[in-house]
Design a protein. Sequence first.
Length: 233
Amino acid sequence: MMAARLNRPDLRIWIAAGVAALALHAAFALKLVQWHDPVPGDGGTESVLIDLAPPADQPQETTQDLTPGPLQQESQPEPEPPKAEPQPVEKSEPLPAIPNAEAVVPKPVEKPVEKPKVQPKPAARVTTAPPRPHPSAAQVSNWHRQIAIQLERHKSYPAAAQARGDTGAATVAFTIGRDGRVRSDRLVQSSHSAALDEAALATVHRAAPFPPPPAGMLGEQFDFTVPIRFNIR
């Protein structure tokens, strides 16, 4: 009981402090609600009252009674003829305008004409016989000497011409082949004795066939001109 008595004044203080705090918070909240920014031209001006009552001199509208006139029959409107329904017109779309353009035809490209390649022909092999070795000058000279010796061996002095004492040299020309046989003969220069001229031509035919030409000597026929002499010893 002593503790409860001692605590009562303190409780009252606390209650009073709480009420004061609530009052302060309420006053602060009200102030916040009423507070606004001042509007320009609003300071110190009195409000103006406008009277909307009509003026006293305005005439009042009076209604006059009008006598009724004869009744007029209302004319019924004539029915309108049916309107022809417009048929839909097909609209043709305009063709798009084609700009003027020059048709450019591409030029044909000329292809280079390819020339056929000519294959070089292989060189034909010429089969030739191996060249013959040419005879030396000594071999040819020796052959000519053999022919002269053979003519001298077959020379015959005619007895009638020897008895008459005919002498002289008859020059004969003859042709022989590679086989040494006589192909032709003729008298080139006379000995001034018919017997001696005939003896010279006969000597050529008796001496045939002559020695063949040396190996490698060109030609098929060979010409000779030889003087045949007839002398009495």
